[in-house]
Design a protein around this ligand. Sequence first.
Ligand SMILES: [Mn+2]
Length: 232
Amino acid sequence: MIYAMSDLHGCYDLYIKMLEKINLSDTDTLYILGDVIDRGADGIKILFDMMERKNVVPILGNHDYLAAFLLKKLKSKPTKELKQIFKDWLSDGGLVTYEAFKKLDDEDKKKVLDYLNSFLIFEELDTQAGHFFLSHTVPSKEKMMNFDDIDWRELIVGRAEYDTKYFDDKYIVTGHTPTALIDYTSKGKILEINNHIAIDCGAVFCGTLGCVCLDTLEKFYVTCVDDTSNSR
Ligand SMILES: [Mn+2]
């Protein structure tokens, strides 16, 4: 089976709970659509787990990208502009990642950076349920119609138009925007609308992690009741 989840944001316990819930086996594939780190406490711990699993395929989110970009520059003399980007990252959830990264030895630091640099930007695949395009987010329909011309960064920071069907014959699976912000009645649930499948249930904010099986479109949820590791 092929599964997708997203925006783990350091929620290690929910991640492990979900792997148990879907009973992920070696013959399954799990796509993680970005923003593994930042905000929640244990993003780096999740990265170390993911890199040991050959059947987990990471796709780049804006937080993963920014952390990789900044953490590899720690030893160089920062420009004023870089200092500001770094400061903004720390206050946008990066502080926990930075603190955890600093504690690693050089070998583990390299492992983390190499792994973050290996993340895919997007993936397209077919299953019994249909055709799928997977990325952290997507830009407007207009831009996606001219896919060869788009800047790859649009696939990590773009604003998806969930009220618009982009393709008749293809589902777009994205994270990045918690479903509660697309439609409040979808809070904590995966939202299927206009051939979009929005899978960021806002784990780090509301304590629910969602996962969709791309062979059956079945949805799975795990929640934490009072798990301090998942607090903001
Ligand atoms: Mn994001």
